[in-house]
Structures are given as structure tokens and as C-alpha cells.
Ligand binder design. Structure first.
Ligand code: LMR
Length: 399
């Protein structure tokens, strides 16, 4: 007599390995390199002229005040620090700050905001496709795939020419279906540094509105490009043009509180009541995933933004970071005509037209760590390392 075969249940030991994110791998590779002269232009962390990522002075002061005055660490709920979100509204939304069709909550960094925004799309329209410009930040596709939405690439940037493929981008957006999501970088495009001009933003907003697409703007570097106001141009224009908008925002960079994880997600619908209902879903998804965002960075940013003197000092420290980014850009751009495009771009990243072999050679021979794509962090290096970086890159371009 035949005995039924017993199938063994799959266990944790059956999991196949997963490659860690390429940028995180790069951090590990660079950390393991014992050469003291190595240059880390991999991950996107601001460094000053001395090569350090100091805690902002104003943040240190806010932390001290928090330490002195905080009387409880009791839960505050899935929306996080509501006052922080309120204080952020004019900074991010500008003239739309008082629009009751727009609501937001605090999230753990920009990744939390992106995940929550895509969760909401997947809840309302699981067949929506997400149009993603190439190249994009390496963590965008995995976050979208995690909620089982389809990623559709559109051409964004021509690396050899240091230019945006704007006609191709517009054509791709024009061919999308109503309800599809257009993922857009608000400013300081990661990984290319190539930002849309105001006219290009107007064209994008028109196509997105005409096609009935939902724009999802990822804005993680506000204040690092042209200025706090200027960098929000695209966000505010889309809010003026479209009924439904999602914004994934990060303060990790402009408050320099990276590992503390501070961000927010905002949504706009056509009515205050529809927005209130959509927010119940956002809060529910947040509750399922992380229950509540970390309080510490929001409590500190709240202190800074509420106090006029601290706020003014934050703006100065932010401007100092922006000035360093733009002066290093100018210095690299002036070094060789083939690098001139770097001076026309914004934010921490630009992308060098180097092959993976050339990038690996820079790594092994010179200890210069950049992403395989040729993306490098303009302010990853100290002032004293810039000439050496330029010389090595020019040599690689000549080869
Ligand atoms: C980067 O792109 O390097 C940063 O945004 C850090 C990260 O999380 O990838």
C-alpha cells in the first residue's frame, strides 16, 4: 500500500540570500578599506570642509532643551509629533499651507514616507503602475515592489551628455494610464543632480494633470539646491495643478539627523472630507508597520522651528551646507570641460560617465569609493581631498 508523501514545511533555513542595497554595500566596502587616504563619495551624507558630518549646533541646543524639559516619554500616536508637522507645512507647502485638502503625518525618514505613500496607492488601486525615471535612487524600486505595485521605467537622464531626456520623459508620462503614479524628485535629483527647470516642471505638471496621473514627489534635500523656497517649486506647482498629490518628505539631510530618521508624508485630494478619510488609511498602515515614528528628531525639529532664534540659526546652518555643496561643485566643474555639467546641477549627487570597470579601478587603485553607476557625493570629500579626487577622475576619463 502506498503511504502519502509528507511534504516538509518550508522553514527559515529555506530562505535564499538577498543582496543588500548597493549603497549600503558600498559603506561596508569603504569601512573595510584600511588605507587612511581613502575618499568616501558613496553614501549621501553631508560632510564639511574637514570631512566631518557634525550634528548641527542648533540641533545640539534643541537636544539639550529637550533633555532639560521633557517630562514624559508616553506614546503620542501614529501621526507622530503633530506640531512638528504643522510647523513643516509652510516650509514645504508654501502658499498651500492652509489648504484643508492637504494633510500629513510624521514618518521614520523619507523611506517611511515613501513606503506609506505607496501602501496607500496599493490600497486604493492595486493595478496602478508607478512610472520611475531612470536612473533613480536604488531604494525606489524595492519599496514599490514591496507593496506589489508594478514599476515602469521612463528615461530621465543621459549620462554621457549630463542632460535630462526631457522629451522622452514627457512622452512616457503622456502615454501612462489615468491612476498611474508619476514618481518625481522634488529637487537635488538623486542620483544625477539634474533638476527640472521651472518651465520643465510646468510641462510635467500639465501632462500629469491632463493624463489623470497621481504625482508622488520625493523631496529629501529641500534647501540643499537653490534655497529652501526655490527647492519646493515643483511640489507647490503640482499642488496648484493636480487634485490628488502625494509628497514623501525627509528632514534627515536638512536637519542633519540622518540616523534619527525624520520625515513626513502629505496627501492632497479634491476635498477636505476625502482627505480626512484617506488619512485614516495612512494612520492604519503606519500602525501596522511601525505603530509610531521615533519621537526624538521630531521633538528637536519642533523646538527649532517654534523658536524664532533657533529657526534663524537653522537657516544659517542650512545655507552653509548648501554653500559648501555649490562651491565644491564649482571647483570640480572648473577643473575640466568634461566636468562642467557638475556646476549646472544641484544637491549632493552627480553622475560621472564612467564604466563600472573604471569605477572599480578608482576604488582599488586610489581608494575612491563611489557607486557603480558613477554617482558620487559632491560633499563626501574634505577640502583637502578635492584635488586628488579631480586628478583621479580626469585620469579615468582620459583612459
Ligand atoms: C543616498 O542616496 O545615499 C542616501 O539617501 C542614503 C540612502 O539611504 O540610500
Amino acid at each position: 500500500m502506498l503511504t502519502p508523501a509528507v511534504t516538509k514545511a518550508r522553514g527559515l533555513a529555506d530562505l535564499p540570500p538577498v543582496q543588500s542595497d548597493s549603497l549600503l554595500q558600498l559603506i561596508a566596502l569603504c569601512d573595510a578599506d584600511p588605507r587612511p587616504e581613502k575618499i568616501d563619495v558613496g553614501v549621501g551624507v553631508f560632510r564639511d570642509g574637514a570631512g566631518n558630518t557634525p550634528i548641527l549646533k542648533v540641533m545640539k541646543e534643541a537636544e539639550q532643551r529637550l533633555l532639560d524639559t521633557q517630562v514624559t516619554k508616553a506614546y503620542i500616536g501614529s501621526a507622530g509629533d503633530k506640531r512638528f508637522v504643522e510647523l513643516l507645512r509652510p516650509i514645504l507647502l508654501g502658499e498651500h499651507a492652509d489648504d484643508d485638502r492637504i494633510a500629513g503625518i510624521q514618518t521614520p525618514g523619507g523611506c517611511g514616507a515613501l513606503r506609506l505613500a505607496f501602501e496607500l496607492i496599493a490600497t486604493v488601486n492595486p493595478t496602478a503602475r508607478v512610472l520611475v525615471g531612470t536612473p533613480t535612487w536604488p531604494n525606489h524600486p524595492p519599496i514599490i515592489n514591496a507593496v506589489r505595485l508594478e514599476v515602469v521605467d521612463y528615461p530621465f537622464y543621459e549620462r554621457g551628455q549630463g542632460a535630462i531626456r526631457f522629451d522622452d520623459m514627457l512622452a512616457a508620462l503622456s502615454a501612462a494610464d489615468p491612476g498611474d503614479v508619476a514618481l518625481l524628485h522634488g529637487c537635488c535629483h538623486n542620483p544625477t543632480g539634474a533638476d527640472l527647470s521651472e518651465d520643465q516642471w510646468r510641462d510635467v505638471a500639465r501632462v500629469v494633470a491632463d493624463r489623470g496621473l497621481i504625482p508622488l514627489i520625493d523631496i529629501a534635500y529641500q534647501g540643499f539646491g537653490r534655497g529652501l523656497e526655490e527647492d519646493a517649486f515643483g511640489v507647490r506647482l503640482l499642488l496648484s495643478t493636480c487634485d490628488e498629490v502625494l509628497i514623501a518628505q525627509s528632514c534627515d539631510k536638512n536637519f542633519s539627523c540622518y540616523r534619527d530618521r525624520l520625515g513626513s508624508v502629505f496627501l492632497k485630494t479634491g476635498s477636505a472630507s476625502a482627505t480626512a478619510t484617506a488619512m485614516t488609511h495612512l494612520l492604519q498602515r503606519a500602525r501596522e508597520m511601525w505603530s509610531m515614528p521615533p519621537d526624538h528628531p521630531a521633538a528637536c525639529a519642533h523646538i527649532i522651528l517654534e523658536d524664532p532664534e533657533l529657526r534663524a540659526r537653522w537657516l544659517v546652518e542650512l545655507a552653509n551646507m548648501r554653500d559648501r555643496i555649490n562651491s565644491v561643485r564649482a571647483r570640480i566643474a572648473a577643473a575640466d570641460p568634461r566636468l562642467a555639467f557638475i556646476g549646472r546641477q544641484y544637491g549632493m549627487f552627480s553622475m560621472l560617465p564612467l564604466s563600472v570597470e573604471q569605477v572599480v579601478k578608482l576604488r582599488t587603485e586610489y581608494g575612491i569609493y563611489m557607486a557603480d553607476s558613477g554617482r558620487f557625493n559632491v560633499v563626501g570629500m574634505s577640502d583637502g581631498e578635492i584635488d586628488r579626487f579631480i586628478a583621479a577622475v580626469v585620469e579615468a576619463l582620459d583612459a
